[in-house]
Design a protein around this ligand. Sequence first.
Ligand code: OXD
Length: 309
Amino acid sequence: MNILYHCTFSNQNDFLKLLKKKFKSHKILTLDDNIQFEKIEVALVWNLPDKILKKLKNLKIIFSLGAGVDHILNLSNYKKTPIIRIQDQNMRSRMLNHVLSQILNYQLKLNDYSKAQAKKIWLDERYTSLNKELTIGLLGLGYIGSFVANNLKVLGYNVIGYKNSVNKSNLSIPVYYKNSIKSFLKLSDIVVSILPATKQTKDFINKSFLKNMKKNCLLINIGRGSALSELDLLEHIKKNPNFFASLDVFKMEPLPKSHKFWKNQNIIITPHVAAITDVDSSINYIFNKFEQFKKKGKMKSDVIIKNGY
Ligand code: OXD
């Protein structure tokens, strides 16, 4: 089978080498090859150009090389081809580690000591909260969010969740729905957003959302940058000096050098690395799904296209 691979990860070449090994009885092609686009039935992609998608007239299935699928759904030539995204245990373990690192950095006030170290100051001790004294509110309780929630609970944090859709969840935490966002925010000392990029989540974290959060609070955004109104956040921090944010995703990536976030003392920036795609396990995941697809000749999307995630 002819498979197109296109990916903008920094380790895209290592990924390709391992893919070729795993799919040795198939042809893995990249845009550097001389491709007959109409022969491509399967595409493995991260940031595929729209003009290339347009040429794939016989595409039967698209694999997203990350957890998110907005990079596919946003293409104007996307015509409802089934999408399979990576749901990988290693990816969500990494996401949990990232969230935990940001919670602990805030909880233990580690930034105060780093700043003091730069000035050779031996700081007085700082009072720090115990896990059981903190409530972590999670926005987005899908494959990754539910795992993060369950594991934070095991560590003794109070964990609550917020979901827009009222459907079954196998979570052992209190879940707030739809209009109960104010109650959810009122309780949360730390809010973690794992929201996907959809029409409904656009600027969901805006002025009124921020106003309903506690004044001493940490916002962690590891979902999508489109869910946060960046200007509203900057305004909010100006008025609330004990409000902090840890941001891994942005409206524009890479974050432009001129962006005000870079110099804001209350904001920690990481460059969309909270849950990098694990090469070995994700290739195994894709391969297993591909084998199922090959057997049946078709496959149902594991993304609800109309919801956008
Ligand atoms: C993502 C990812 O979807 O990094 O953002 O997998």
